[in-house]
Every structure is written in structure tokens, then in C-alpha cells.
Design a binder for this molecule. Structure first.
Ligand code: BEZ
Length: 210
């Protein structure tokens, strides 16, 4: 069954390049970016995992752990790691799950037979510290993902969890945000100071410090 936003992220055990894990234990207390790639030793995947390694300090700063999965065997992941480091400029610094049995890929509905073969498509799950699924993305095999966008969504989720605001179209960190409809304009002004009412349902305020 498809995994929907708000669902508990299914738990699993798996072999990874950093040893066996129980997923919920591994991510305990942290956010996770759990993403699949079609195959080791392929060009787009190498750039994606290289970029994730290079951005690791940005993920850590946000209390986010990253973990990748494909249906290739553990030895293949380990042999590929050097290429990821060469291409991304940073040694592989997060685990890759070896899902030869496809148990994890099926659990997360990452196998889309219409996309050509029995390898995983480019799925992304952002999962919060309570193990709730907060974002899903599915990209085709030929299109690499934008990991700056993944960081942007994490920033937006963490901000909107911490304050009664939403982020507008094309928001980037530091940009103005939208006051929650749950807050009256008077209460919003008391809380945020500067509130601009464009429509009764659209009220801007500078990004609050949380
Ligand atoms: C790639 O990573 O370049 C790739 C992998 C599978 C299918 C298409 C592209």
C-alpha cells in the first residue's frame, strides 16, 4: 500500500554499508531523509549520493540523518563508495542499504515496474523524529533530484512545526512567511509584531526566529 503523509514510516531491519540496522533505532530522535536510487555505478546516482555526502554537515546541523537504498548487493555498494567520494568530493559518510531481497523497496513502494526494470525509482521520504512521514517525492530514473530543495523543505517543515506559519510559493530560508489562519490578525500582530494583511486569509510576516 502507498505510504501517505502523516503515516508512521514502516520499520525494517537491513544490511547497510555501516552494518545491520533497525531503521527506527538507527534514526532514533532524529529526522531522516530516506531515498532510493536505481543502481550502483550509474552516473546520475553517483552524483546524487556524492552531493548528499558533501551536504552532510547541512543535514547534521538540522538533526537529519540520511540513508540510501538500492537493490544492489552490499559488496557492490562498498566497491562503489570510492567513486561517490571522487565525484562528490567527500567520502561516503552515510549508510546505503543493500536490499537484494527487495523487502524494503516493496515496503516503501519504490519499485515501479512501468519505469522499465526491477530496480528502484528515485523515491525520497522525509521522516520526522516521531517517525511520521512528512514528505514524499518520486522522480524518474533519468532525472536527478535537487538536494538543495530537500534541505529547503526540511527548513520549512522545522519552521512551520515551531511557529504558527506556513511557507509561500518559492519560499527560501529568511523569506517572509504566511500567518496561520488559526491566528487572528490581532494575536498575530502581538506575537510577530509586523503583520501585513493582503487578504483576510493571506497575512505576511517576516520569518520568525524559532
Ligand atoms: C543513472 O543513475 O544514471 C541511471 C540509473 C538508472 C537508469 C537511468 C539512469
Amino acid at each position: 500500500m502507498a505510504i501517505r503523509l502523516g503515516d508512521e514510516a514502516p520499520n525494517f531491519t537491513a544490511e547497510t554499508t555501516e552494518g545491520p540496522i533497525d531503521f527506527h533505532e538507527w534514526k532514533s530522535g532524529a529526522w531522516a531523509v530516506f531515498f532510493s536510487h536505481p543502481a550502483d555505478f550509474t552516473p546520475v546516482c553517483t552524483t546524487e549520493l556524492g552531493r548528499t555526502a558533501a551536504l552532510q554537515s547541512e543535514f547534521v546541523r538540522r538533526n537529519v540523518k540520511t540513508i540510501a537504498v538500492s537493490v544492489d548487493p552490499l559488496e557492490s555498494h562498498k566497491n562503489w563508495a570510492g567513486d561517490i567520494g571522487d565525484v562528490g568530493g567527500t567520502d561516503l559518510n552515510f549508510p546505503i542499504i543493500a536490499d537484494e531481497s527487495r523487502v524494503v523497496s516493496n515496503l516503501y513502494d519504490m519499485l515501479h515496474p512501468g519505469e522499465g526494470d526491477t530496480s528502484t525509482v528515485r523515491s525520497v521520504f522525509i521522516i520526522d523524529p516521531a517517525n511520521k512521514v512528512r514528505l514524499t517525492l518520486t522522480y524518474p530514473k533519468s532525472v536527478g533530484r535537487n538536494f538543495d530543495e530537500i534541505l529547503r523543505v526540511i527548513d520549512a517543515l522545522q519552521l512551520t512545526d515551531a511557529a504558527p506559519v506556513s511557507t509561500p510559493v518559492d519560499w527560501v530560508p529568511g523569506g517572509r512567511v504566511i500567518v496561520s489562519p488559526a491566528l487572528s490578525t490581532a494575536d498575530a500582530t502581538e506575537r510577530f509584531g509586523d503583520v501585513e494583511e493582503v487578504k483576510p486569509y493571506l497575512r505576511w510576516t517576516p520569518q520568525p526566529t524559532v
